[in-house]
Design a protein around this ligand. Structure first.
Ligand code: TEU
Length: 561
């Protein structure tokens, strides 16, 4: 029988703490700001929030560089504030997921400071240290050719002890060594710290990077002209990955009623994915497979051009919707997070004439599939990317900046030759997913007081696209989201637990994604004329000979129940 579970029926709302609401006028969002908006979050009809990292951190990667997992970044608030947030959410029957960042820490973490202090430190092996290599001329070289995900070598030389440490993201984010049992115990204790305070689960950051190939071999040479190669085949989903997850389950998670969602990069095949989420594996509840946010990445990386085509979302959707039931697994449904541009601007349209319709189309997709939907704050009002009027200096995120500077250097520093890169940033920069929430049309969008300087650009379209304006408008994107979330809840038998059948491209045409969700009753494709229209983002829908006519970005949910 189908396993029913709260985490399957839940819809999760991601909050980027810096960008939700500033309660004290310092230009940065904070925990009290989130607490004050719990009634708003509740009114949407979501069941849980996922909070991106709020822990003590030098903020070199916006909190994904944790210096102490048991204290809170002071400008966000205190542990007591977080406790109040948890209590307030729970009183409103909303659960809370925290970000568990344990593939790496900040270089300011006490563990790393100890580890780097000497080669004989008891915490030396809590991180990944290696001796240098030397070339024929006797020049010092990195231990292998792996490239950091944020550019440059993945190895950082430490003058003090004469060894390199591995850092797959920024040099200030050293990778933890999960081979160390003592380190794992300490991490388990950090998890218990928050679980004992009522946290309902974790989104596990960079989850499948935790186990590397023990020999740290050179990565396959894909770009012979470049000094460093991806190496992901040796640092993603390594040999002990599943041991570590199972240990977390049995040692920690199984003692609480909680859920986990693992961030899964680089691993894309059905077999490997199944090993994380097949029910009988007893590992994770669900995953973010990266393919859905990579649909417009180029062959050599994120900021390379590759046009989005609906065929891509069709293929990925069909792949995972069909795969999960085979091994009784579960998955997420998502299009947005804090690591990319808004799906509305990337995969649909934020042009004024289409924006509301397109945002509702995406909402239809996110709420009618099997899997736990994750939405990013602002999606409910159709927040979009920064427009073309914003130049390269508006982009402040480290990933995009590093890439921009790398290319600029390769092109001899000529900023006049950077239009193609700017175009990619306009689509995919992580800044777009981190834009301050647009609450109303007052100065600073109601995100912070008018006199404050927001920590990052507020999209000037806030005067038109904001929460206040949509709250009482029954035609708004927000009203549509609320309707869809209620519909999913009312018909969870179909939308959460029902079967999935893709409609072939020969039936829908290449530009339309179509699928059937069934519960008990069998439907037949030929019979759509007898179906009622449950929801649509179009004012009117042409229907003839069993066919339904969709306008650009149109969406329709037909029902025979
Ligand atoms: O992201 C993991 C990751 O692989 C990212 O490089 C992601 O693919 C990229 O940002 C897409 O543009 C997680 C977090 O979500 C991200 O915010 C952190 O910067 C990263 O881990 C390091 O902790």
């Amino acid at each position: 029988p189908i396993q029913k579970a709260w985490w399957k029926e839940a819809v999760v709302y991601q909050i980027y703490p810096a960008s939700f609401l500033d309660s004290n006028g310092d230009g940065l969002g904070d925990i009290p700001g989130i607490i004050s908006k719990v009634p708003y979050i509740k009114s949407l009809g979501v069941d849980a929030i996922w909070l991106s990292p709020i822990f003590a951190s030098p903020q070199k990667d916006m909190g994904y560089d944790v210096a102490d997992y048991r204290s809170i970044h002071a400008p966000y608030g205190t542990v007591a504030d977080v406790q109040t947030l948890i209590t307030t959410l729970h009183a409103n029957k909303i659960r809370i997921l925290m970000d568990l960042v344990v593939n790496h820490t900040s270089d300011q973490h006490a563990w790393f400071k100890e580890s780097r202090s000497s080669k004989s430190s008891p915490k030396r092996d809590w991180y990944i240290w290696q001796d240098p290599q030397y070339d024929a001329q006797g020049n010092r070289k990195e231990p292998n050719n792996w490239k950091s995900i944020f550019g440059g070598s993945a190895w950082v030389f430490d003058e003090g002890t004469g060894q390199y440490y591995l850092a797959l993201f920024l040099p200030s984010q050293p990778d933890l060594n999960w081979e160390s049992a003592a380190m794992r115990q300490a991490t388990h204790d950090d998890m218990r710290f928050w679980l004992d305070r009522g946290v309902d689960g974790f989104r596990i950051d960079s989850m499948n990077l935790m186990s590397k190939h023990p020999d740290l071999p050179d990565g396959k040479i894909v770009n012979p002209d470049e000094p460093y190669q991806s190496g992901a085949e040796f640092f993603a989903s390594g040999p002990r990955m599943h041991d570590y997850i199972r240990e977390i389950r049995t040692e920690v998670l199984d003692h609480y009623d909680v859920m986990t969602v693992g961030e899964l990069g680089f691993t894309k095949d059905e077999q490997s994915v199944s090993e994380y989420v097949a029910r009988d594996r007893h590992e994770l509840n669900m995953l973010f497979t990266g393919d859905i946010v990579d649909m417009d990445f180029g062959p050599n990386g994120k900021y390379e051009r590759d046009d989005f085509h609906p065929r891509k979302i069709r293929a990925i959707t069909n792949l995972w919707q069909n795969a999960m039931p085979k091994f009784d697994g579960w998955n997420t449904v998502y299009l947005d997070n804090h690591d990319s541009g808004r799906s509305l601007s990337r995969y649909a349209s934020d042009a004024p004439e289409y924006r509301a319709t397109a945002a509702k189309m995406l909402a239809t997709y996110l709420t009618t599939l099997a899997g736990t939907p994750f939405m990013l704050a602002g999606q409910e009002i159709g927040m979009a990317n920064l427009g073309k009027e914003y130049g390269a200096d508006s982009y402040i995120d480290v990933e995009g900046k590093n890439y921009y500077n790398e290319v600029l250097k390769a092109r001899g520093g000529d900023v006049g030759k950077m239009d193609d890169v700017l175009r990619e940033l306009q689509l995919k920069s992580r800044d777009h997913g981190r834009l301050p929430m647009q609450w109303d049309d007052s100065a600073n969008a109601g995100f912070t007081v008018a006199s404050a300087k927001p920590w990052m650009t507020i999209n000037k379209d806030y005067t038109e696209w904001n929460v206040a304006r949509q709250l009482d408008d029954p035609e708004s994107i927000m009203a549509y989201w609320k309707q869809m979330l209620a519909l999913r809840k009312d018909h969870s038998d179909i939308f959460v637990y029902g079967s999935y059948t893709a409609l072939e491209e020969s039936v829908t045409g290449e530009m339309v994604l179509g699928y059937e969700r069934e519960w008990e009753q069998k439907v037949s494709v030929e019979k759509y004329e007898s179906f009622s229209i449950l929801v649509s983002n179009q004012a009117s829908i042409g229907r003839a000979q069993g066919k339904v006519e969709l306008q650009p970005y149109g969406a329709v949910v037909l029902s025979n129940v």
